[in-house]
Design a protein around this ligand. Structure first.
Ligand SMILES: Nc1ncnc2c1ncn2[C@@H]1O[C@H](COP(=O)(O)OP(=O)(O)OP(=O)(O)O)[C@@H](O)[C@H]1O
Ligand SMILES: [Mg+2]
Length: 287
């Protein structure tokens, strides 16, 4: 039976993060990066984490992915403690992580190939995915022969062929020009429509957050905590143009910016350079 998005039990979180604490540095000189962080990631939903630069978002992504272990607290997936990486929980990184020596096709089939799952069935899945991301004409090209947007699409495809339950997308469209970013966002919306994948999408772009999220989680500056949660109930699929004229979207943006601004002010008062940069960047939008 094919499960429809509407049929899944979205009351039970797929990921439960409880009282997370993580610090970097040597003993006696530990800097807390994440502190007292608790969050439920709902099944089949897009949870967007937004916070200022350097606040610990990628650190959180690595902990959820299982690349690092938290100092204390826990991350549960389907009730079981996350103890390491798994194809059920895949990351699309903020920097391109394609293998430069592999063709697009080989990059995308990397997961099934490395698990020894090469079969006509997995080859079919790879072909379908190449088509879905519009890269079939580029299957033999190498990453350096692809545009930035194509590379990002190849990365999405490389994760999606593994049929993950959870995708952690760490600012996946950062660094793209405005046009490519808008195209990628629409592409992502298309790929996720009716998908059962639960996404943790990290961004520092409030417009992107409102466009994609079921829930926006605003984080504090370092150490990372939950500052606020906003549900986004605007009907999906959404389009950037439609949101420009939507009172609901603009109200949400305003609310989120106010909270972000307050957080930045607090950090600014305590002498944080990241907060100073953040305030400068966001001042334009708040005028
Ligand atoms: N492996 C590490 N060892 C020591 N410090 C680290 C390590 N990784 C990150 N940090 C520090 O942790 C803090 C948070 O970094 P992180 O990359 O998680 O932030 P971020 O919110 O993802 O930033 P950005 O918006 O720039 O991507 C930074 O001060 C960074 O220098
Ligand atoms: Mg980061």
């Amino acid at each position: 039976m094919i499960l429809e998005k509407a049929m899944i039990d979205d009351k039970k979180p797929i990921i439960k993060i409880e009282n997370l604490f993580h610090a970097y540095g040597s003993r006696g000189n530990k800097i807390p990066i994440i502190e007292n962080f608790s969050l439920d990631i709902q099944k089949g939903k897009v949870t967007v984490l937004i916070g200022p630069s350097g606040c610990g978002k990628s650190t959180l992504a690595r902990l959820i992915a299982g690349f690092e272990k938290p100092d204390s607290g826990c991350i549960l997936m389907d009730g079981k403690t996350v103890r390491g990486p798994s194809p059920e929980r895949l990351v699309v990184f903020q920097e391109s992580a394609l293998f430069l020596w592999m063709s697009t096709l080989k990059n995308i089939s990397f997961g099934p190939d490395s698990r020894g799952e090469s079969s006509s069935c997995s080859e079919n899945i790879v072909q379908v995915m190449l088509e879905k991301v519009g890269l079939n004409a580029f299957s033999k090209k190498f990453p350096t022969q692809l545009s930035g947007g194509m590379q990002r699409r190849a990365e999405l495809a490389r994760a999606l062929v593994n049929d993950p339950k959870v995708m952690i997308l760490d600012e996946p469209f950062r660094g793209l020009d405005a046009m490519s970013k808008a195209l990628m966002q629409q592409h992502f919306i298309g790929l996720m429509a009716n998908s059962l994948i639960s996404c943790v999408f990290i961004t520092s772009d409030i417009d992107e957050a409102v466009l994609l999220a079921d829930q926006i989680v605003i984080t504090t500056n370092r150490p990372l905590k939950v500052a606020a949660k906003l549900d986004v109930t605007i009907q999906k699929p959404r389009a950037t143009k439609q949101l420009v004229e939507s009172d609901e979207a603009n109200k949400l943006k305003f609310q989120a910016l106010e909270i972000l601004h307050k957080e930045a002010m607090k950090s600014f008062a305590s002498g944080s350079k990241a907060a100073e940069d953040f305030l400068r960047a966001y001042a334009i939008r708040n005028n």
